[in-house]
Design a binder for this molecule. Structure first.
Ligand code: UT7
Length: 327
């Protein structure tokens, strides 16, 4: 058996926050943001929209493309660091709204690597259980709720959005997922985190006043680790699959910073025109970002059957990974 991606979907909320808008909020400028990150604008969810609302839209689009009914789903996994609640999980809320009553549902937290980790888990489940025919895998984030809008080091970077993939169990040799490599390093938890809101430091009036629930990041350290680990993971996956960088139709890195993407591509020897980027329009949407790229590429006809597409991600934890697809 193997596993095939049969549907993709994505959704970004309507409201756009431009670099010019940010200039009015913190001491920054469009030139700095564009040249240091590649970001021009990002989408922000409305106050009444939660992560599951974004996920639901993306799910409907992916299911429509896959041509299957919600009842056929055996499992739903939502990768997110911004769940609707601490519990119940966001995947159960998506299940309820879709009417996917035969699925078991859980969230997965691996920050920006979440979608790749979720594909890895869903792939394993589909291969292990003959009765599981279809999985719905989502990366969905309302990061705007974790952003300190007075911190120019982070507030220019992030955006909201959701992406979805429908995976199907298929006979050996017909699958999309070819090879993968996932990794983590718990020694580096401090360089990218939200301090409060969990059991170590529950939310209180004081933690909220000090904005300890917001994203704090040592950008330079994260940058260095991101390049090293994504390159290593990609190289391992390519070696395992016996595929050379020149055979890749697309490299699709997590959209964190176009300079990180460029550095990864250069070290892997993948030409710029084979690197997919949409960070200029969405910013860093964490677990949603790779799926936002894949859905866009798929709907624009930029991926053809037989194309090799290498996904790679990096995020808080630290977590990272690479997944090679043959479309
Ligand atoms: O999703 C995975 C997790 N996140 C990432 O992968 C992000 C990784 N890191 C990065 O993308 C980059 O490190 C940043 C974009 C966050 C920062 O870029 P940088 O080139 O590393 O800048 P820096 O932090 O070294 O700051 C350079 C200067 C500083 O001023 P001084 O000290 O040189 O006077 C900053 O205070 O730029 C200043 N600066 C800003 N200036 C205008 C920092 N943020 C801003 C800003 N606007 N928004």
């Amino acid at each position: 058996m193997s596993v095939k991606i049969i549907g993709t979907g994505s959704y970004v909320p309507e409201r756009i926050l431009t670099n010019a808008d940010l200039e009015k909020m913190v001491e920054t400028n469009d030139e700095w943001i564009r040249t240091r990150t590649g970001i021009e604008e990002r989408h922000l969810a409305a106050p009444e929209q939660a992560t599951s609302d974004l996920a639901l839209e993306a799910s409907r689009r992916a299911l429509e493309m896959a041509g299957i009914a919600p009842e056929e789903l055996g499992v739903i996994i939502v990768a997110t660091i911004t769940p609707d609640h601490l519990f119940p999980n966001t995947a159960c809320i998506v299940q309820r709204e879709l009417g996917a009553k035969n699925a078991f549902c859980f969230d997965l937290e691996a920050a920006c690597s979440g979608l790749l980790f979720a594909i890895e888990v869903a792939n394993g489940l589909l291969l292990a259980h003959r009765k599981l025919k279809y999985a719905l895998v989502l990366g969905a984030e309302k990061l705007s709720t974790l952003v300190d809008w007075e911190d120019r080091n982070t507030c220019v970077l992030f955006g909201d959005g959701a992406s979805a993939l429908v995976l199907k169990q298929v006979p050996e040799g017909e699958g999309t997922v070819v090879a993968s490599d996932m990794g983590s390093d718990g020694e580096c938890t401090e360089i990218l985190k939200a301090q409060s809101g969990g059991s170590r430091m529950p939310a209180s009036a004081e933690t909220v006043a000090q904005k300890l629930h917001c994203i704090k990041m040592d950008g330079k350290e994260v940058f260095k680790h991101a390049v090293t680990e994504m390159v290593n993971s990609c190289q391992q996956v390519l070696a395992e699959a016996g595929v050379s960088p020149s055979q890749l139709r697309w490299l699709v890195p997590h959209q964190a910073n176009y300079r990180i993407l460029k550095a990864v591509a250069q070290k892997l020897d993948v030409p710029g025109e084979n690197v997919y980027m949409n960070i200029n329009r969405y910013g860093n949407t964490s677990a949603a970002s790779i799926g936002l790229c894949l859905d866009e590429m798929n709907r624009r006809g930029l991926v053809k059957p037989g194309d090799y597409v290498l996904l790679t991600a990096f995020g808080g934890g630290l977590t990272w990974g690479a997944t090679l697809l043959k479309w």
